[in-house]
Design a protein around this ligand. Structure first.
Ligand code: HEC
Ligand code: HEC
Ligand code: HEC
Length: 459
């Protein structure tokens, strides 16, 4: 009796495992099909705007390379993953993908052949995209110029190179399915949630990840990492000295800068640059949703912000006097004080208007955040000029300041402009960043060509 029960249990177990294997691990190949290519131009235009929100071109294009042809290296803690060619080339791109195959890849992270894709392709967000929006994206991609370019092989350590393992990852972390609106919220909030959590995949950078590379949903928007930069907290934990609100967010996302928050830099510059194609209504919807996630600032934070705004409005910037008059002697005597006055104050206390003038550091999230990585990046590499445009430019100081000098400088700036704990191990961080051990994507800041013309003219 016992033997048969055991046998039955075993058979059931094997059957369940096999069923699991076939439904989860092995996904069917979908037939190769060439799209007819006769898409409605309105649908293609809609797809173009959606692709901008999804930042598809940023990940699927090597700088200076052919658009959407893939090959960009995405470093992850598990190894390097290369983006694939998503032009309609039939041999090396997705030219033989039916719309159904494309819809499935966005919803489930599976390619046409049925292989699981790595979540470096943010399908954990794209799964929310509606069928109609995926149709428009498909029309847009299928009408791009086909480019013949083989995808590069990923460099992942054993056993992560086995894609079937991703079935387990998906079981644990992928909540597959189209966005479901929250009926308790407004239509604008829901539109914002759809764009932010779905195509916009803001959480892919702004939410910390667990050891298996999945976003930690308990810490939604609490701050993450992207291409060597800190993607600051954009929830109630935000370190912005003046709390973000709906209007400031909408302005920043629309223009790539805000006078109380500075310019959008690093990987964020690409995001705001891409959002330029979005309608004002959609930008407002994203701002409404993100502002709601940030919540109302505490009375204490609000008071501090009001005081700061008054101070800034009332102060005439005078770099040479500032130190002696308003800075406590212990801070003014720090070794970084002179470096700051010589190298930074000329621009950052010049009173020149944003975005072309350096931000008043009392307003800077970079100086108030717990991790100084972004300020290290900006100090070493500066903000390179954008091609052929008047731009917010800052020189890099890699050639003129040593690791220790930059650490001294940052210690001074932290003590003078922010109230947080002193930063630790900055010399080491500077050394690793300078040597490339910590890789940083250096890009021009955004907020340049779209700044109001009169702002740059103010000297
Ligand atoms: C953060 C980077 C990133 C972004 C943003 C991104 N992708 Fe990808 N995508 C990847 C990577 C990496 C892969 C390859 C994954 C793999 O090899 O498993 C990929 C794979 C794909 C594939 C599968 C192609 C194939 O040949 O298997 C499709 C389709 C795709 N992406 C479409 C898109 C679209 C459409 C967008 C914008 C809405 C987009 N991607 C945005 C990184 C990205
Ligand atoms: C590719 C990664 C990436 C994506 C995607 C991304 N961000 Fe960012 N974001 C960053 C980084 C990095 C920074 C910090 C840049 C800097 O030094 O100013 C940043 C900064 C910001 C800031 C300024 C925070 C502050 O206090 O200074 C806001 C607001 C913001 N992002 C909102 C968003 C929203 C909304 C989305 C989605 C539409 C989004 N981000 C998508 C990487 C990203
Ligand atoms: C030639 C002018 C110039 C000089 C010199 C300069 N900066 Fe800047 N800096 C800028 C401009 C312009 C920006 C972009 C506007 C902004 O966001 O502040 C900027 C931005 C920054 C930011 C980002 C601020 C934020 O949170 O938005 C940091 C950090 C920074 N600079 C640090 C420094 C340090 C440290 C020095 C001295 C070693 C320095 N800068 C010298 C012009 C300058």
């Amino acid at each position: 009796m016992r033997g048969t029960r055991l046998l039955i249990a075993l058979i059931v177990l094997v059957a369940v495992a096999a069923a699991g294997y076939f439904t989860l691990v092995r996904r069917p190949e979908l037939p190769a099909e060439r799209s007819a290519g006769n898409f409605d131009p309105a649908l293609v235009a809609q797809g173009r705007a959606l692709a901008a929100v999804g930042n598809c071109i940023a990940c699927h294009t090597v700088p200076g390379g052919k658009a959407f042809a893939g090959g960009l290296a995405l470093p992850t803690p598990f190894g390097t993953i290369y983006s694939t060619n998503i032009t309609p080339d039939t041999e090396t791109g997705i030219g033989t993908w039916s719309e159904a195959a494309f819809q499935r890849s966005m919803r489930e992270g599976v390619d046409r052949a049925g292989r699981h894709l790595y979540p470096a392709f943010p399908y954990d967000h794209f799964t929310l995209v509606t069928e109609a929006d995926n149709r428009a994206l498909y029309a847009y991609l299928m009408t791009r110029e086909p480019v013949r370019q083989e995808a590069k092989a990923n460099e992942l350590a054993f056993p992560l190179n086995f894609r079937s393992l991703l079935a387990g990852w998906k079981l644990a972390f992928l909540d597959s399915g189209e966005f479901r609106p929250d009926p308790a919220k407004s239509a604008e909030w829901n539109r914002g949630a759809y764009l932010t959590e779905g195509l916009g995949h803001c959480g892919a950078c702004h939410t910390p990840r667990n050891r298996l590379g999945a976003e930690d949903s308990a810490q939604h928007f609490a701050g993450g990492e992207a291409e060597g930069w800190q993607a600051y907290a954009i929830n109630e934990a935000s370190h912005a000295p003046i709390p973000w609100d709906r209007e400031a967010l909408a302005f920043y996302l629309r223009n790539g800068w805000h006078r109380l928050h500075g310019v959008s830099r690093g990987p964020m510059a690409e995001v705001t640059g891409n959002l330029a194609g979005l309608s004002d209504a959609d930008i407002a919807a994203i701002a409404t949703y993100v502002a709601d996630r940030m919540g109302t600032p505490s009375a204490e934070r609000k008071q501090a912000a009001d005081r700061l705004q008054q101070q800034i409005a009332g102060s005439t910037p005078a770099p040479t006097q500032a130190d002696s008059q308003t800075v406590p002697p212990a801070v003014a005597g720090m070794p970084g004080a002179k470096l700051y006055a010589a190298a930074c104050a000329t621009c950052h206390e010049s009173g020149r208007a944003q975005p072309y003038g350096g931000l008043d550091f009392r307003l800077s999230t970079a100086v108030h955040a717990p991790n100084p990585q972004n300020i290290v990046n900006v100090t070493l590499f500066g903000l390179p000029p954008a091609d052929g445009e008047a731009s917010a430019v800052m020189p890099g100081f890699a050639a003129s300041l040593s690791d220790e000098q930059i650490a001294d400088l940052l210690a001074y700036m932290r003590a003078r402009f922010a109230s947080g704990e002193p930063w630790r191990d900055v010399t080491d961080m500077v050394r690793k960043t300078r040597s490339g051990e910590h890789k940083v994507a250096v890009r021009p800041a955004d907020g340049i060509e779209r700044a109001p013309a009169n702002v740059g003219a103010e000297e």
